[in-house]
Design a protein around this ligand. Sequence first.
Ligand SMILES: [Zn+2]
Length: 110
Amino acid sequence: MQAGAMKDTHLCPRCGHNHILLVEQIADQVKFSRSGTSGGAYAYWDAMVLARLKSERGEVTVAGFLEATCCRSCGYTELYTKNPADIPIDGKYVKELVGPEPPAHPSPRR
Ligand SMILES: [Zn+2]
């Protein structure tokens, strides 16, 4: 894990630039809407999330808001999911894949 995430290193792993944008909420798309009778147009956007879940009663919830870091020089972008441990696993829309346990720590220090 030497490389590290741009979020932590503040360095672009591709070009080495040291100005990184942290985008705390990713706009899924921007729409323009008219607010009924008042007629004023306003912009709103949907925040991008990792998962949409639907309960058996049909209630839709979303989980896993995304954030991103973006290199200001080359545009290289990394996506992260906030609080991944909080995303519910329902076995239908979200499944958990578990890999083999990592080998026991070799205790490099003596
Ligand atoms: Zn870069």
